[in-house]
Design a binder for this molecule. Sequence first.
Ligand code: GBH
Length: 463
Amino acid sequence: MSDFPTFPAGFTFGAATASYQIEGAATEDGRGPSIWDTYAHTPGRTADGATGDVACDHYHRYPEDVELLRRLGVDSYRFSVAWPRVQPDGRGPVNPKGLDFYDRLVDALLEAGIAPAVTLYHWDLPQALEDHGGWRVRDTAERFADYTRIVVDHLGDRVGRWITLNEPFCSAFNGYAVGRHAPGAQEGTGALAAAHHLLLAHGLAVGELRAAGAREVGITLNLDHIRPASDSEADLGALRRAEVLHNLVWTEPILAGRYPEHERETWGAMLDGSFRRDGDLETISAPLDFLGINYYRPLLVADAPHQRQDPAARTAVDIRVREVPWEGVRHTTMGWPVVPDTFTELLLDLTARYPDLPPIHITENGSAEDDRVGADGQVHDTDRVGYLRDHLHALAAAVDAGVDVRGYYVWSLLDNFEWAFGYDRRFGIVRVDYDTLERTPKDSYAWYADLIAAHRERTAAEQ
Ligand code: GBH
């Protein structure tokens, strides 16, 4: 009991998921294909050829999942809407059956006393839009604004919290430069254009959400706490380049209305690119009610040679940086080092850099662990409990130091489709048996439920 961190009254506790990772029902009720259907069905792209065709079958089992949330005691549930369910071609006609599903889900949540927090885009771009250039082209940002209007017109009477994009870093750079996410491209300027158009899509969507009277509007970024492998000039240079790639390309336009001016050699296209138009940065920097942050692990970086000799062949992530292993700490099954203090430091650094930062919601935090079902049929995931406990303590330390954090969403409610890793990595606080689709709450679920209950009891007593 005493190892529970404490948070201010009114703090939001939640759990998060994303459409393609849990829904399944990939061809049902008029859903169109997304870039992740295409990617996952391409041989060699995902572990064991895993796809989201069935996933957790949440599309059919959502009542059971809402009941799990209710028993957990969360204030809020963060899920994403699949664009290709709502607009199968990414433009034009609306698919009413797709909207119906989110209607049922939102109503079930409200019935259970849980506030829905909707992410409008968690990586499942309609394939039809990718066929016309995807995020490389400006039209996709404009189509996203149309789609946003459709969803907010439909759900805005019942949904208060809106997140435009989840981790545009991943969409732009994993998708169009590293190639380990859909659509699997490895490009230079194409990936930088994608980054800009994602930012623009965010800004245009904020405008639509405001026009519809949305209560709370934000975006979710995966920001990193990055350290140099040494204090050599070369490694400090690598640190500066990595900080632009991971953090500043996103925070500078959104929070300060500008692109980072340094490291011009690497990022000049963001400043001068033909894909930019006057007024874009103004759109992108529209004020937000909150900033969502996903945090998992710190990065250690060192100077490195370019991956490709020919400058014309270089991708946008070929920035002479290599990741160095973080020694002397535990690593999760993602291979990620567990260093909870870096969570506090990230939040303090961010607040120091942007004094006018909007309130923060931690929209994801959690760990993939080597879960085993014990002889008693239960999952005693002590490593995950330790990870959550230590990161919540680190978060409470940031709050105590004055960082304005309003909420925390654990990733994830359920074991699910972990992108290129397929079903091989388990992040859930509820186990999913992928043969029977049976759900079994893990020890971490019980621990999180107890933490929430203790918070309620303590803050009620304070009143
Ligand atoms: C978040 O991404 C996502 O929002 C969430 O969907 C995801 O499940 C969760 O974290 C856990 O990863 O497939 O080889 O490119 C955080 C960034 C994206 C980093 C997926 C790891 C997998 C490596 N993660 N990536 S690969």
